[in-house]
Design a protein around this ligand. Structure first.
Ligand code: GLN
Length: 498
C-alpha cells in the first residue's frame, strides 16, 4: 500500500512548493469559461453543476481518475447529466475522485489527491471517493455536484467537507452512462450546500418519477407512480393514527472508535429533534458490525468482473509491448493502467469468487447482506415496497423478510447516526494506515448501501471544539436513513434538521 499515499504526499509537497499556495485539486478538467456562464433560460433557472469524472459527458473527457482511461472521451452522455441540463444545469467541470470510485479519501487518483478546503495546514482528507464534487460545492465553484455512492462515497466526503450529500434509494436515479464499480450497490446522488436545494431539484422537478429504459436497474414507471400513491396513503394514515414522527437511534453505531465530540453532536441532534416534538427511540441493528466485512467482499467481487473489460482491446490505453496471443498486451495494459488500490480490489474480488473461496466469502457475505436488510425492515414503520408480498412471492425463500419479522415496538420513520466515526483524517496519518484501517471509515455508510436505502449526510456544528481546532474539526456529518423509496420524506426531514 505504501506507494499510493506516499505518492500522494509527494504531490502535495510539490504543489505547496511550486505554487506557494494551496491546491485543492478538486477538478480534473474545468469546462471552458465561455460555456459556463449562468444565465436564465426561459422556464428554468440555471445553476452550476460539477460532475464526478465517472459520468460520461459529451464535451469533456471521462477518465474515472485512472491512467487506463487517460484522455478517453465518451461518444454519449449519461442520462442524469442530460436530465440535469434539461433542468438548467451548466456543467462547470469534471471532478477528481478515487480511481473507479474505490477509496475513501480521493487520494487514489491518477490526477493526484484532493485536499479538504476546511484545513490548509495540515493537509487533510476531503473524503472519497467523490471528494472533488464535495469540495466544488463547499468552495462555491458549483451549486450542485453529481457523485456516485456505492458504500458511502457521497456521504463520507459530504461529512468531511461540511456539505449535504444525498444517496437516493437504489434504482431511483439513472446510472446509464456512469462507469460501474459494483452494480448491485452503485447509486447516483447529489451534493449541495443545503438539503432544500436537493429536495427542490429531485422532487420539485420530478426527477424521481423518470424511468430510464437504458438502465436495467432503473425502477419502472409503474412502480414509481403506484408506490407514490400508496406512500401518501400510509403517511396520511400515520399522521391521523400514530402520532408524531419517530426517529431511531441505532445502538450498535455507538462504537468505541466514535470520536467523543461526534458522539455529543449526535445526541445534541437527537435532543433538538425531541424538543421539536419528534419521538426518539433506541433501536437495535445487530448485523451492523458484519456489514462492513460483507461489503468489502461483495464490492470487490463485482468490481473484478466490471474491470475485466479494460484490457487494451475493448477499453483502455494500450501498453506498448504485445505478443501474438495478446497476453503481454493484456498484462502490460492492466499492470501500467491500474493503480494499487484498484489492483488490490481485483485480487480480492477474483479470490473471493474463485471456486475454493466462494462458499466461505461471497456466499457468506450475501447472507449477511440479507440480515442487514432484515435489520432495517424490522425497525422501519413503513413496509419495504420491494418485499411487498403482492408484488414478489417470497414464500419459498429460506431467509425471507416477512412482515412477522417486524418484531418489537420500535417502528421508526427514520434512523439517525453519525456519517463517519472520526473527523477528516490528516493526509500524513493516511500514509501509515493499512487498507483495512481505511475501510473502517465506511462502517456507518455501508449498511444503507447493502440494503439499497436512501440516506443523507447533513453537516452539524461541533458545540465545544478543541481550542486549537481548525474548521475541519468544527463540523461533523450526521446521517439520516429512511425506508426504501421514502426519499421525499427523508429529504424533507433533512431540510428541517439543517
Ligand atoms: N470507500 C468505499 C470503497 O472504497 C466506498 C466507495 C464508493 O462508495 N464508491 O469501496
Amino acid at each position: 500500500l505504501g506507494a499510493a499515499p506516499g505518492h500522494a504526499q509527494k504531490i502535495i509537497r510539490t504543489q505547496i512548493r511550486c505554487h506557494h499556495h494551496y491546491e485543492l485539486n478538486h477538478f480534473v478538467q474545468r469546462a471552458p469559461a465561455e460555456t459556463t456562464a449562468v444565465g436564465s433560460k426561459p422556464g428554468t433557472t440555471s445553476f452550476r453543476l460539477a460532475v464526478k469524472d465517472n459520468f460520461a459527458t459529451k464535451d469533456l473527457p471521462t477518465t474515472c481518475a485512472s491512467s487506463i482511461l487517460a484522455g478517453y472521451s465518451s461518444p454519449f452522455e449519461a442520462t442524469i447529466v442530460r436530465q440535469l441540463r434539461d433542468r438548467g444545469a451548466v456543467v462547470v467541470g469534471k471532478t477528481n475522485m478515487d480511481e473507479f470510485g474505490m477509496g475513501s479519501h480521493s487520494t487514489h487518483s491518477s490526477h493526484g489527491p484532493v485536499l479538504n478546503p476546511l484545513s490548509e495546514v495540515p493537509p487533510t482528507s476531503a473524503g472519497g471517493s467523490s471528494g472533488g464534487s464535495a469540495v466544488a460545492v463547499r468552495v462555491g465553484d458549483a451549486d450542485i455536484a453529481l457523485g456516485t455512492d456505492t458504500g458511502g462515497s457521497i456521504r463520507l466526503p459530504a461529512a468531511y467537507c461540511g456539505v449535504v450529500g444525498y444517496k437516493p434509494s437504489y434504482g431511483m436515479l439513472s446510472r446509464w452512462g456512469v462507469v460501474p464499480y459494483a452494480n448491485s450497490l452503485d447509486t447516483v446522488g447529489l451534493f449541495a450546500r443545503d438539503a432544500t436545494a436537493i429536495e427542490n431539484l429531485v422532487f420539485g422537478t420530478k426527477l424521481d418519477e423518470e424511468h430510464d429504459p437504458n438502465d436495467p436497474t432503473s425502477l419502472s414507471t409503474n412502480f414509481r407512480t403506484s408506490h407514490r400513491t400508496r406512500q401518501q396513503q400510509q403517511q396520511q394514515q400515520q399522521q391521523q393514527e400514530k402520532g408524531p414522527i419517530r426517529v431511531g437511534v441505532p445502538l450498535e453505531y455507538n462504537i468505541e472508535e466514535l470520536d467523543p465530540l461526534i458522539r455529543t453532536a449526535w445526541s445534541d441532534a437527537a435532543n433538538v429533534l425531541s424538543d421539536a416534538g419528534v419521538e426518539i427511540v433506541p433501536v437495535s441493528l445487530p448485523s451492523t458490525r458484519q456489514a462492513l466485512a460483507a461489503y468489502y467482499v461483495i464490492a470487490p467481487a463485482e468490481a473484478s468482473s466490471n474491470l475485466a473489460k479494460y484490457d487494451g482491446v475493448r477499453y483502455g490505453v494500450r501498453g506498448e509491448e504485445s505478443d501474438a496471443a495478446g497476453e503481454v498486451l493484456y498484462s502490460k495494459t492492466r499492470g501500467d493502467g491500474f493503480g494499487d488500490e484498484v489492483k488490490r480490489r481485483i485480487l480480492l474480488g477474483s479470490y473471493s469468487l474463485s471456486s475454493e473461496a466462494m462458499d466461505n466469502y461471497f456466499i457468506q457475505a450475501q447472507k449477511v447482506r440479507r440480515l442487514v436488510q432484515r435489520d432495517f425492515d424490522r425497525v422501519f414503520r413503513i413496509e419495504n415496497p420491494l418485499y411487498d408480498a403482492q408484488q414478489f412471492d417470497l414464500s419459498d425463500m429460506s431467509d425471507n423478510v416477512r412482515l412477522e419479522d417486524k418484531l418489537g415496538p420500535s417502528q421508526v420513520d427514520f434512523l439517525l447516526c453519525p456519517t463517519a466515526p472520526t473527523f477528516a483524517p490528516r493526509m500524513q496519518d493516511l500514509e501509515t494506515q493499512t487498507p483495512v484501517e481505511v475501510y473502517m471509515n465506511d462502517v456507518f455508510t455501508v449498511p444503507a448501501s447493502l440494503a439499497g436505502l436512501p440516506a443523507v449526510s447533513i453537516p452539524v456544528t461541533i458545540r465545544s471544539p478543541a481550542p486549537d481546532a481548525d474548521e475541519s474539526r468544527k463540523v461533523a456529518g450526521l446521517q439520516l436513513i429512511g425506508q426504501y423509496w421514502d426519499d421525499r420524506r427523508l429529504l424533507n426531514m433533512a431540510a428541517d434538521l439543517s
